[in-house]
Design a binder for this molecule. Structure first.
Ligand code: IVH
Length: 708
């Protein structure tokens, strides 16, 4: 192999010294004259540092600062840019989602055709391909290959000028794509400037690269969970979600979807470009692009072994792939082999067996979730997909069934991919016999048989009967969960037993459980019953935010609850909150505000609250000062937070401290009044001890705020 391009070593994380010289909290207050050149320099240093941290986090998966420190740098940059808007640059990390919505997507001419690939399905197909190309050029017999996963996402084409990301496009028809620059800016692993490290190579004058944008499966699931709790429509699969996100007219919408990126090809560029695919990947990595895993192979046997390994790994990956791509390494040779139709001869996709099969949909079942949402699912004629027998698949929601016209007894196409729950894609209409029946959503809850509700304009259908056993089981499971009341030992199995035995009719009933009645339940011995009662008793001490989370109000998770306790000091106060007033709180929109009001209006919930109060589950927080002008408990005090917190997230504790008048800084100095520590504190603890600064826990912080 000719070494035309020495692969650039990845920047050594351990060697990185923050280039930003000012402690963030102590940035000089600068005079208003002659400040611009200094400010330009400070802003650029700050951006460069943030850019590097983004790269470590999103590309190398190896952050070197805590989220908290990162947030502080970012907040400082935003604050300074707000003060000096003329100094904002397009490659600033703050400019990932700031552009106004577009009217329509503009067209972009690609600098070279964006080709697709021909497919192979077996070792024979690959052998035929090799024989075919070897006949065209003898060098094929001597060449090597790069094998990469075939990512199941969307092609994107990224343009850089002097290292600056200037334009991004979809593939379109391969010649002309659509301008999705603003949407692409929101992808955190996409470098807005290359290279992101100061010691990286000089950027070429012009570079156009191609990669795949996609959504990782855990991020997709997290997104759907969030949408579900907010009572919104969930997405069908990662690929469609990514496709929709990329073509949004409003990049703020794209920013809500957790897109990511891998880059694998240079479409055009100036300067000394790599001669092989191996060097291309090293070149791209040296500029800070995230690249796919890859193998360098010499023979068809080696290629087949890699194909097999990827096939086996497919289900464990956190992203979807539909095959692997085999590329002749030598670009010159690959180019000489030419193109057939829209596919280059020098590369081929080895496709895995389909993960889509067809089978009969025998019945449509309906599940009832914690918030009462009814979710339909398909009961299928069992079928094997990728080595796993599938007999149920999700149908998402009733609108989906209607939109796709899925009928009972239809032959349907079902997909199972990686970790994603199997789902029905749609019916095979061509093989209908006339026996298929249109599905009508149930008018009553399949569990408690009470009428269901459908709010106009919303996708989900709800069972609103708080006493519905299905809901009660899920409600109680949620109530006892770690992020809520954290009742150790009260998992789903025991919850089901308690509800079935009639011992619990609403969640508050767990506080009146008796040892004797527990002993009557199968599997309950004295010790188990006592432990459960102790755990229930201990949960009475949980702070207000956790109790609010535990109520299971639609859209009100831990983060919203922590915001609510800043404004409402107990459940009484929250129960009187008005719809308009709730919406004033940042992060609470009309849906959540309405859900809160509705929840407290329901007589069954009022009854349950009365029981909670009687049981002593009625925590209070210090009332918030109505007026910011009034003295607040932590006025004038400076805090540093370190370690893993249990009650708050980093964002929440910051909001809390600030709402009480406190100031939060990133590093311990003699100006620090308190160090708040979580688990595994680290070097800040030592520093605080050296400086004899008081060290307090989260709990002590609350007490401090209340006592002052
Ligand atoms: S190479 C000429 N490499 O698969 C080079 N494509 O039809 C052609 N894809 O639309 C592309 N992962 O979006 C290449 N590692 C990879 C890929 C990859 C996914 C997609 C690409 C293209 C389709 C092939």
């Amino acid at each position: 192999m000719v070494e035309t391009f020495p692969p650039n070593p990845e920047p050594e994380v351990a060697d990185w010294v923050p280039i930003y010289q000012y402690p963030v909290s102590q940035l000089p207050t600068l005079p208003t004259t002659d400040i611009i050149p200094t400010m330009i320099k400070i802003l650029e240093e700050l951006r460069q540092e943030i850019r590097y941290h983004n790269y470590c986090y999103y590309v190398l998966n190896n952050p070197i600062v805590s989220d908290y420190e990162y947030d502080q740098l970012y907040a400082k940059l935003s604050e300074l840019e707000e003060k000096y808007p003329d100094l904002i640059t397009p490659d600033s990390p703050t400019q990932r989602a700031g552009a106004p919505p577009a009217e329509a997507l503009k067209r972009v001419q690609h600098p070279a055709p964006i080709l697709s690939l021909n497919n192979a399905f077996s070792a024979e197909n690959l052998q035929e391909w090799l024989d075919r190309v070897a006949k065209l050029d003898d060098r094929v017999r001597e060449t090597t290959f790069t094998v990469e996963p075939k990512l199941d996402g969307l092609t994107v084409v990224l343009h850089y000028e002097d290292g600056l990301f200037v334009q991004g496009a979809t593939r379109g028809n391969g010649v002309v794509g659509e301008d999705i620059t603003e949407n692409l800016r929101t992808i955190k692993s996409l470098p807005l400037r290359i290279p992101p490290a100061l010691d990286g190579p000089e950027p070429p004058e012009r570079l156009v690269v191609r990669g795949e944008a996609f959504i990782r499966i855990p991020d997709f699931e997290e997104l759907n969970r969030r949408l579900e709790t907010a009572g919104e429509k969930t997405y069908v699969n990662p690929r469609n979600t990514a496709a929709g996100a990329l073509r949004q007219l409003d990049s703020a919408q794209t920013a809500q979807r957790p897109l990511t990126l891998l880059v694998y090809q240079i479409v055009a560029g100036t300067g000394n470009l790599p001669a092989t695919q191996q060097e291309t990947l090293a070149y791209l990595a040296s500029y800070g692009f995230p690249i796919p895993e890859n193998e360098h192979c010499q023979t068809l046997e080696e290629i087949m072994a890699v194909c097999q390994t990827w096939g086996e790994r497919r289900d464990q990956l956190d992203y979807e792939i539909d095959g692997v791509v085999i590329k002749i390494d030598d670009h010159d040779l690959a180019e000489k082999l030419g193109v057939v139709g829209k596919a280059p001869r020098g590369a081929i996709a080895y496709k895995f067996p389909a993960q889509v099969v067809t089978t009969r949909l025998n019945e449509i079942g309906v599940n009832v979730g914690r918030t009462g949402v009814l979710t339909p699912y398909a009961i299928l004629e069992p079928v094997e997909i990728g080595g796993v027998t599938v007999s149920q698949a999700t149908l998402h929601n009733f609108d989906f069934i209607a939109e796709k016209d899925i009928r009972v007894r239809d032959r349907v196409r079902v997909k199972r991919a990686g970790e994603v729950i199997p789902y029905v894609i749609g019916p095979v209409e061509a093989v209908r016999t006339g026996e298929e029946q249109i599905f009508i959503p149930p008018a009553t809850c399949p569990v408690c048989e009470q009428p269901v509700e459908h709010i106009e304009g919303e996708v989900p259908w709800y069972c609103v009967n708080a006493a519905c056993p299905a809901q009660l089981i899920r409600n109680l499971e949620h109530f006892a969960s770690r992020e809520a009341m954290d009742i150790v030992g009260l998992g789903i199995k025991i919850v089901e037993q308690l509800v079935r035995a009639g011992l619990v009719k609403d969640v508050a009933d767990i506080y009146s459980l008796k040892r004797d009645s527990l002993l009557e339940i199968e599997g309950f011995a004295a010790k188990k019953a006592e432990n459960l009662l102790l755990a229930v008793e201990a949960s009475k001490e949980r702070p207000l935010a956790r109790v609010i989370t535990a109520l299971g109000i639609r859209g009100v998770g831990a983060a919203v609850s922590s915001d609510l306790v800043l404004f409402y000091h107990d459940l009484d106060a929250l129960s009187k909150a008005q719809f308009e007033e709730l919406q004033e709180i940042e992060g609470i929109g009309p849906n959540i505000a309405q859900a809160i009001v509705d929840w407290f209006e329901r007589p069954a919930n009022q009854k349950m609250l009365a029981k909670l109060r009687k049981a002593g589950v009625w925590p209070e927080t210090a009332p918030r000062a109505e007026n910011q002008q009034l003295a607040r408990p932590l006025d004038g005090l400076t805090f540093v937070v370190t370690g893993k917190l249990t009650e708050f997230t980093r964002g929440e504790i910051k909001t809390f401290l600030q709402s009480q008048g406190g100031k939060v800084t990133g590093s311990v100095s003699k100006n620090t009044d308190y160090l708040v520590i979580g688990e595994n504190p680290g070097s800040k603890l030592r520093k605080a001890q050296d400086l004899e600064i008081p060290i307090i826990s989260e709990e002590e912080l609350r007490l401090l705020a209340q006592a002052k």
